[in-house]
Design a protein around this ligand. Structure first.
Ligand code: FE2
Length: 256
């Protein structure tokens, strides 16, 4: 599996507290069969989650060294989970013009055109539409983190059609199908999968005690996907699972 959403980079958000926790999380990931992980700490402008890219690259480089010395062979890449912000198009436009990943604060997913974006959970951000559209116009592909957890989407599933229509892709937190985020998120992710709205799945792992739980998750998803539009279009549930956990995350990793 390729995991495009994780909070393993130490000491800059509510994920891993220190390098020891990061290493423990990487061990759990490797044991579960994860080959590649994009480290996506929260970025919220004006909050304490605002580490600049120079700091993040330095931490990544140290974590790579420590992981290698511990015999861990998972490939690590940098990204951010960026909180929706009206300044976002300006910030990434500057990034695009300068082509220097060290100069700006937001890391796109493995320095590709894909940018992981999150919204407020309880209330719909009415400015999001314009911000996302502007990102698309700049050539970026917004990857919407965990759509199943936003109340406005739980209340109205067709809200995702506008996001997809403008050029965003949806990333589900797969542990939602096991009830990790409550019954409404569970039901919402199930519906989004059945209607083939989800582009890829990721762990959103925050601590070493989190588990990847692939076997349990895949067994449940297999049942869900048997009834999905994607599978009706000629795919087996197994092939669809591979697309969600491996093929589409790989497209993001490679910037395809
Ligand atoms: Fe996250």
């Amino acid at each position: 599996m390729i995991d495009i959403h994780s909070h393993i980079l130490p000491g800059i958000d509510d994920g891993a507290l220190d390098f020891d926790s990061s290493i423990e999380m990487l061990r759990v990931a490797e044991k579960s069969g994860v080959s590649d992980i994009i480290l996506t700490p929260h970025y919220i402008r004006g909050s304490i989650y605002n580490a600049d890219n120079a700091k993040k690259w330095k931490l990544l480089s140290e974590l790579r060294e420590r992981a290698a010395s511990e015999g861990i062979s998972v490939n690590l890449y940098l990204g951010n989970e960026v909180y929706i912000d009206t300044e976002l198009p300006k910030m990434v436009a500057a990034y695009e013009n300068e082509k220097s990943e060290l100069m700006y604060e937001i890391a796109t997913l493995n320095s590709t055109k894909y940018i992981l974006v999150e919204f407020p959970v309880q209330v719909e951000d009415k400015t999001a539409r314009e911000t996302l559209f502007s990102l698309v116009q700049h050539g970026f592909v917004p990857v919407i983190a965990h759509p199943e957890r936003y109340v406005y989407i739980q209340n109205n599933l067709t809200a995702v059609d506008e996001l997809i229509g403008m050029g965003c892709v949806l990333q589900g937190d797969y542990l939602a199908v096991l009830g990790r985020y409550g019954r409404r998120a569970e039901k919402t992710l199930r519906e989004l999968l059945i209607h083939d709205k989800i582009f890829c799945l990721a762990s959103d792992i925050h601590k070493a005690t989190d588990e990847y739980k692939f076997n349990e998750t895949k067994a449940k998803m297999y049942k869900i996907l048997k009834a999905s539009d994607g599978v009706k279009a000629g795919m087996t549930p197994g092939a669809k699972l591979k697309e969600l956990f491996e093929d589409n995350p790989k497209k993001i990793l490679l910037g395809e």
